[in-house]
Design a protein around this ligand. Sequence first.
Ligand SMILES: [Zn+2]
Length: 351
Amino acid sequence: MTTVVWCPDTRLHDPRGAVWVGMPDPGDEVAGRVDVILAALEAAGHRSIEAASHDDTILEAVHDPEYLHHLETVHDEWLRSGIPQRIGQDRVVPYMFPTDAMLGGLPWHRPTMVHARAGKYAFDTMTPVGPGTWAAARAAVDCALTAVDVVADGGDSAYALCRPPGHHVTRSAYGGSCYLNNAAVAAEALRRAGHERVGIVDIDAHHGNGTASIFYARGDVFYGSIHIDPGAGWFPHVVGFADETGAGAGVGATVNVPLAPDTGDEPWLEGVAALAQAVREHGSTALVVSLGVDAGADDPNSPLRITRDGYVEAGRLLRALELPTVTVQEGGYVLETLGGLVAGFLVAFRA
Ligand SMILES: [Zn+2]
């Protein structure tokens, strides 16, 4: 059986929608996702435990400490700035993005105003920070680290019910409804638990640009992703293409499998099998699965058409690697079917 690790604090994040092309969007990364997944996995007979708290050692290896400090403190500072009273916005939403492209070589000066500074650590406006965001994101990291503990203690698999998701977060910026990179934390923790080579397979509907970038120049952590083709007009738009294969020591340790809209189970599973084979060839001795189920046929966040049977078979293909496996929850947003798709993937991990 797979041990399911969850934490009630992951419900504390309430983005209250997002801002998309300047307009309010209702958003669907809601706390109820935790409850439907947990209920489905308990009904399927998996054992659930609550996450144990862990220190920041691994988190600080994956993310820039300055970024972590920003994320932990920015909402309190937003409240103190008076913006909620004056403007009516009680979530942190960047107003400008002081990026390298803006600076053009000029030296960076820390902005006095929190609404200007917020854009340094974010790359979209769809990922608001509220009063419970840090607590929830940090609890999700504890879920991932506790799942690694289960595997490091001899368990052959564990599932981390991480919410909010994490695979879009880079070393120093959040976006795509993600704040801390749970999968990257799990991979780094497995490295430090003695696995010299770790594989990550990301089957969320979208390319995990954050995880990809964190490990792009490293050979010890393989990153393989199958996702809707960003070139067909889908998030994250600018990366996730097949010609991204790693840099420096990481050359060959990144594989992207972009798929056309309306792709169904068969070609998707061929891609998952190819990623499993790449993990084998990498020589990974432990596996992290970024399990997004937003490739599900009824999820409007991608035009992929994967069925529950498809997720069951993807679980079998990855289970056949016979590696200690930490599965980390990423996307998947249709509350009526979300739990069933996650439970489907984990069928192969029950025995
Ligand atoms: Zn996704």
